[in-house]
Design a protein. Structure first.
Length: 194
């Protein structure tokens, strides 16, 4: 069992780092400690934060661990920063969803699914560092292949891509179709002499 000193060291490292710290990175930094002890220290810290009345929690996100404010305090933090949060256009959300669920994906594949040009949206998402170029597809023209970035995982508070909701989970969140139980309307009869 790791001593209190390891737990406080791990907490300090996570606190000062501006991106999630992975267990692998912590093990490299803390080479004098066993990896299993570092994992136990992380689990203990997560438990401590989860069951305390602190304004921050330790979460596993984007392949690492990060201290974050509690979601229920978001309104107060917005007041401090005077921001309204991140807003995405419908086209940006569509494009992000396509890339997240179908990656690696080319611009042509995105445009085929959306039915419209997506160059501007892709550029915008790349500038926000939510998407990255994974390489080039080995087909004529060698189009770029897009995928989501670590910043995407951080922004949407995802541990990894397997944390994305499934289609069934998304459908359960959608409001029920008010017309689902109505019978189909009969087709109008053609007027005589038509």
């Amino acid at each position: 069992m790791p001593g209190k000193s390891l737990k406080s060291i791990v907490e300090s490292l996570i606190f000062v780092h501006d991106h999630p710290l992975s267990l692998d990175r912590l093990a490299l930094i803390l080479e004098e400690y066993e990896r299993a002890d570092i994992r136990i220290a992380l689990e203990d810290l997560m438990e401590d934060y989860a069951h305390s009345d602190r304004g921050i929690v330790l979460v596993q996100v984007s392949g690492g661990y990060q201290l974050r404010t509690r979601p229920e305090h978001a309104d107060y933090i917005r007041r401090l920063n005077k921001t309204k949060g991140v807003k995405f256009s419908q086209s940006s959300l569509e494009t992000l969803a396509i890339v997240a669920y179908r990656q690696p994906v080319t611009r042509a594949e995105i445009e085929y699914l959306r039915g419209v040009d997506s160059g501007g949206v892709l550029k915008s998402l790349m500038e926000k560092k939510l998407l990255k170029i994974l390489g080039k597809k080995d087909v004529p023209g060698k189009p770029l292949i897009y995928g989501t970035s670590r910043e995407f995982l951080e922004l949407f508070d995802l541990k990894d891509l397997s944390s994305l909701p499934t289609l069934k989970e998304i459908q359960e969140l959608a409001p029920p179709d008010p017309f689902a139980d109505q019978p189909a309307l009969p087709l109008a009869e053609e007027p005589p002499g038509a």
